[in-house]
Design a protein around this ligand. Structure first.
Ligand code: BGC
Length: 728
């Protein structure tokens, strides 16, 4: 055994193998093709087997299942000349078999411990299905709900995304990559994918160097620091250079500055797409450009296999570049323990029934914590509509997502089985056995047929409360799922209006992979709840929250706009010289819309009331190298126990470069019984107050900083103190 815990020394092994490899075998190690049941490409399993045998393919994606993986691995390690095991990659984005809430929803937990636990559970399942490389976590900062992939990442804020990155990498990779239940993580998509023009997928992104360093790079820096094994460049170009060939960011920033020694795996067909970007004339140039930037594995475009031999001949690529890439791929395989025992992933006992039950319980807990109660109006002097009153006789469950299992899983549901997801109806029936629950779709998710509305209204008439289950289908978010106008699709608003006109108490549950523009619904419904896509336990999680069995604690990881015209909208904007002042048109306002969002970042209601008081810091003055502790007293005013999330923001009052109104520097959670108070401590290192200077290096400027804490980024609800940074 060597110190890495593997029987083989990764570098020595790579060097020995390299010395024996033909060019074709080397390129085989840099090639990843699809072989499996997921629809991806034209390659059939038989052809893949031949290519593995011949050493032309060293890595697969979209293959899972112990038997299937073992069959392919056996070909690689028994029938190929050099017996090199395969990397098996798969999108383990929000669960593998046990499907958790989509990442945007999971971000609403603001709980790194649970973020890590759900990733660990997913890794255990994926590894027992033979997978060794997860194409996750997705760390794209997203500030435009038109972009479908906003669903797959942790929202708008770089601090949240960096914390999420660390937790997910830890969870997926576990304590040692060589462990039988560990999978290598792939931080993706590097970078700026969420900044595509007009919210379009795959679109070009123009990002200033400042924004790159302040917003888009920090999550990847955190992933690298956490030991992330792989990185996937994004499809888009940044400032004119496609990320798949971005030498300054991939080679200079990621490899040289951050010291990333892992594997860079291209996105699907992205190397060949360099031709469509107009930066490569043919596959040879495309392959050479990606290799020069440090892309090790070509996923699905066959550019390395077809292009690299000619690139060598033309002198636009070198054998040492190829060798370096092969070395990194072999080193990862060694770190994963694949040379020790290529077949051991896929034969663990970790997916036994008891473990599966524990993972399902975890999925329920994560799902109910992801639910964000957006509004909850008073229906009588002494009660709000939520939690639902005990003893309700009849509940009308209306809408296309009321008894819908398939869509609960959300996009990238991996190998989750649609029928397994608990529907809202099933969840409520289990939670409220004494209530009569009547259910109707009224309308479909997207179609124009309104003939079902009359029947749905009939059911509502005899009900004590109406629960409207509205929103998107799972395929309306995720990859290739942009919406120019993310409102309620189809005729759902017509259904909602008709129901609201009945004058019954109405709770609207919004299922979606993004904030939907629903200002009228927010105004008229008695409560609005963001129910995202919550995964396999969706219905139970919703029932836990609506029934009051669980006091909701989810908080928005993203600013929720009123109308799409406000986009991009996020709390960390820089101040204007003419800040918004209603009534003065020569300020930063719209003539036709408020500038405030529908709901600020961090917003979310619980069934208890809490207050924050007595904000203070451990010191009033500090220097670089110091660590402050910010303290605030949190009181749960009741009537029930609850969990408060407190955000810590900073503002550099006067600096050489205009700084954002608010920058998130931390968050904390505290659980309190009804009537209980306690002090929450939030650590703040002085270097967290640095910002990229003119040379983009971190710069610490003495002077005043405002530190604010609050339950959200709503500026009107923050407590603020000023502390002073001293020189030296
Ligand atoms: C997506 C990646 C994903 C890959 C493999 C691509 O289309 O952009 O996020 O990992 O497919 O499934």
């Amino acid at each position: 055994m060597n110190p890495t815990g593997n029987r083989f020394d990764a570098n020595l092994l790579a060097a020995n193998l390299l010395a024996e490899m033909t060019l074709e075998e080397k390129i085989g190690q840099l090639t990843m093709v699809a072989a499996g049941d997921v629809v991806t490409g034209p390659i059939r399993a038989g052809e893949v087997a031949d290519a593995i045998r011949a050493g032309r393919v060293g890595n697969l994606l979209n293959l899972w299942g112990a038997e299937q993986v073992r069959a392919m691995q056996a070909i690689a390690v028994e029938e190929s000349r050099l017996k090199i095991p395969l990397l098996i990659g798969f999108d383990v984005l929000h669960g593998h078999r046990t499907i958790f809430p989509i990442p945007l929803a999971e971000a609403a937990l603001f709980d790194p411990h649970l973020w890590e636990r759900s990733a660990r559970a997913s890794a255990i399942e994926a590894a027992s299905d033979g997978i060794s490389l997860a194409f996750a976590p997705m760390l794209d900062i997203a500030r435009d709900p038109r972009w479908g992939r906003i669903a797959e990442g942790p929202g708008e804020d770089p601090w949240v995304a960096a914390t999420f990155a660390t937790a997910k990498v830890r969870g997926l990779q576990g304590a040692s990559l060589a462990a039988v239940d560990a999978v290598a993580a792939t931080a993706k998509h590097f970078c700026g994918y969420g900044a595509g023009l007009a919210g379009l997928d795959y679109a070009s992104a123009d990002i200033s160097e400042r924004l790159l360093h302040e917003v888009y790079l920090p999550p990847f820096k955190a992933a690298v620091a956490a030991g992330c094994a792989a990185i996937m460049p994004s499809f888009n170009d940044v400032n004119g250079v496609p990320m798949t060939a971005h030498i300054p960011l991939l080679r200079d920033w990621l490899r040289r500055e951050q010291g990333f020694e892992g594997v860079i795996v291209s996105d699907y067909f992205a190397i060949a797409e360099l031709m469509r970007h107009g930066v490569a004339a043919d596959l040879v140039e495309a392959a050479a450009a990606a290799l020069a930037a440090g892309v090790d594995i070509d996923m699905m475009s066959d550019a390395y296999r077809l292009g690299l031999p000619a690139a060598l001949e033309r002198g636009v690529a070198s054998m040492s570049q190829i060798d370096a890439a092969v070395r990194r791929v072999l080193a990862l395989k060694a770190r994963l323990g694949l040379f020790d025992d290529p077949l051991r992933r896929g034969c663990t006992a970790s997916s036994g029934p008891l473990d599966a039950k524990a993972r399902r319980d975890l999925a329920r807990d994560v799902a109910r914590r992801a639910i964000v109660v957006l509004t909850n109006k008073r229906v009588s002097p002494n009660r709000k509509i939520l939690p639902l009153a005990a003893g309700l006789r009849r509940i009308a469950l209306i809408g296309p997502l009321a008894d819908n299992s398939a869509d609960m899983l959300g996009p990238w549901a991996a190998v989750g089985t649609p029928g397994q997801a608990v529907t809202v109806r099933q969840g409520l029936e289990a939670a409220l056995p004494n209530a009569e629950i009547v259910c109707a779709c009224g309308v479909g998710i997207e179609d124009e047929d309104i003939s079902g509305i009359a029947g749905a209204l009939e059911l509502c008439r005899g009900a004590d409360v109406v629960l409207l289950c509205l929103g998107e289908s799972a395929t309306m978010s995720g990859e290739a799922a942009c919406r120019a106008n993310p409102v309620l699709p189809g005729r759902q608003w017509a259904l909602a209006q008709a129901v609201l006109d009945l004058g019954k108490p109405v709770v609207a549950l919004i299922f979606s992979g993004r904030p939907l523009m629903i200002p009228a619904l927010v105004e008229k419904a008695d409560a609005v709840v963001a129910a995202w896509f919550l995964g396999i336990e969706a219905g139970n999680a919703v029932a836990d929250v609506l029934s009051g069995h669980f006091n909701p604690t989810g908080r928005l990881p993203i600013t929720w706009p009123r109308e799409i015209g406000q986009v991009p909208i996020f709390f960390a904007a820089r101040p204007s010289g003419r800040p918004a002042y209603p009534g003065n048109r020569y300020t930063s306002i719209y003539l036709d819309l408020p500038v405030e969002p529908q709901f600020p970042f961090g917003h979310g209601l619980s069934y208890n009331d809490a207050t924050l008081t007595n904000l203070r810091a451990s010191a009033k003055e500090f220097k670089l190298g110091d660590e402050l502790v910010v303290l605030v007293d949190v009181a749960n005013l009741g009537p029930v126990a609850g969990e408060e999330t407190v955000f810590l923001f900073a503002r550099d009052v006067v600096a050489s470069i205009a700084r954002p109104h608010l920058e998130l520097k931390g968050f904390g959670k505290i659980a309190l019984q009804a009537g209980e108070s306690a002090t929450l401590s939030l650590p703040l290192r002085a270097d967290q107050l640095c910002f990229p200077g003119p040379d983009l290096r971190p710069r610490f400027e003495p002077g005043d900083f405002e530190l604010s804490v609050g339950a959200s980024a709503d500026p009107l609800r923050l407590l603020t103190i000023t502390v002073r940074a001293l020189p030296g």
